[in-house]
Design a protein around this ligand. Structure first.
Ligand code: 13P
Ligand code: SF4
Length: 302
């Protein structure tokens, strides 16, 4: 990434000085993803790798809930988020009080919470899940009904793959909710033979029109296995840029949509975070202790 070489070199030096690693979500721009990150992946991989890391400082190149999750599994480490404003429409869609009200309305029904939520919401939950393990997590509980929040499209996707009854919450991702079934038909007409791979945060008709559905890491694994001549990744734009750099023989077609929250993370922000060791993620001890339990329960499910 020659245009960014001075900033990348500065970050590589700072990482050594600080004993830091950069964890990058698949939606980071290529100069971050390929240029400065040590650990790359979907939410599940980032949570797993954060739990294993021996570095003193973790810089999360992703959105705020991902940094909170890294802090929950590393309470004694410094966890940095280069821009605190990097939020998520799903995390914004529900509060801890909403979860308590849901529990009161459905006594005894366990709460399965997508990691795209605040620590306060996780603290009210029984177990977390990600898009990569959602069906497995729901079935691991061995119960006939679960509350699954906050993404209604992910809940609908899971409901169609399990006999467990799913009680959803009406949250949605502002990026994936915008894709339509018509986008897929238009693309298939324009690019005959194109493979269509979608994220489960998309609406049901989009998922039904796709060839494969998976978490961001699941989408990449499918692509590397199938190696189609052309592909439409129905998800955030930067993922196509990142995978395209590793698969020059595949044509990545658009449209895609940008996540404005993910795009708040820049090389400049990462460099500043390493220079100043801020902004750091600091959680109230009681909330953190309660929120850690559902995350660790999730990580224990194989
Ligand atoms: P993944 O866990 O599939 O990477 O999804 C995270 C996310 O924010 C998708 O919008
Ligand atoms: Fe949240 Fe959607 Fe952005 Fe992912 S893409 S961080 S779910 S708003």
């Amino acid at each position: 990434w020659p245009a960014h070489a001075p900033e990348i070199d500065a970050i590589l030096r700072l990482k050594q000085q600080r004993d830091a690693v950069v964890l990058a979500h698949n939606y980071m721009t290529p100069e971050i993803f390929h240029g400065v990150s040590d650990i790359r992946g979907d939410s599940l991989a980032l949570a797993r790798e954060a739990a294993k890391s021996e570095a003193a400082v973790l810089v999360v190149a992703g959105v705020h809930f991902m940094a909170e999750t890294a802090k929950l599994v590393n309470p004694d480490k410094t966890v940095l988020i280069p821009d605190r404003r990097a939020g998520c429409s799903l995390a914004e869609s529900i509060t801890a009080a909403d979860v308590r009200a849901l529990r009161a309305a459905h006594p005894g029904v366990p709460v399965v919470t997508y990691v795209n939520t605040s620590a306060a919401v996780k603290a009210e939950s029984d177990i977390c899940c990600t898009s990569g393990n959602s069906v497995r997590i729901v079935e691991s509980l061995g119960v006939p009904r679960v509350i699954m929040l906050p993404d209604r499209f992910l809940a609908d996707y899971v409901a169609r793959r399990t006999a467990v009854e799913i009680i959803p919450w009406p949250g949605q991702c502002e990026v994936h909710e915008r894709f339509t079934e018509e986008d897929i038909h238009t693309m298939r007409r324009a690019v005959p033979g194109v493979a269509v791979v979608a994220h489960p945060e998309c609406p049901r008709d989009v998922l039904e029109a796709a060839d494969h559905v998976g978490s961001t890491a699941g989408m990449i694994d499918w692509l590397k296995r199938e190696r189609p001549a052309s592909v439409f990744l129905v998800t955030e734009c930067s993922m196509s840029d990142n995978v395209a750099a590793e698969m020059p023989e595949t044509r990545f077609v658009r449209p895609c949509t940008l996540c404005p929250h993910m795009k708040r993370i820049t090389l400049t922000g990462i460099r500043r975070a390493l220079e100043t060791l801020s902004p750091s993620v600091d959680l109230d001890a009681e909330t953190a202790a309660r929120a850690r339990v559902p995350v660790e329960r999730m990580l224990a499910v194989r």
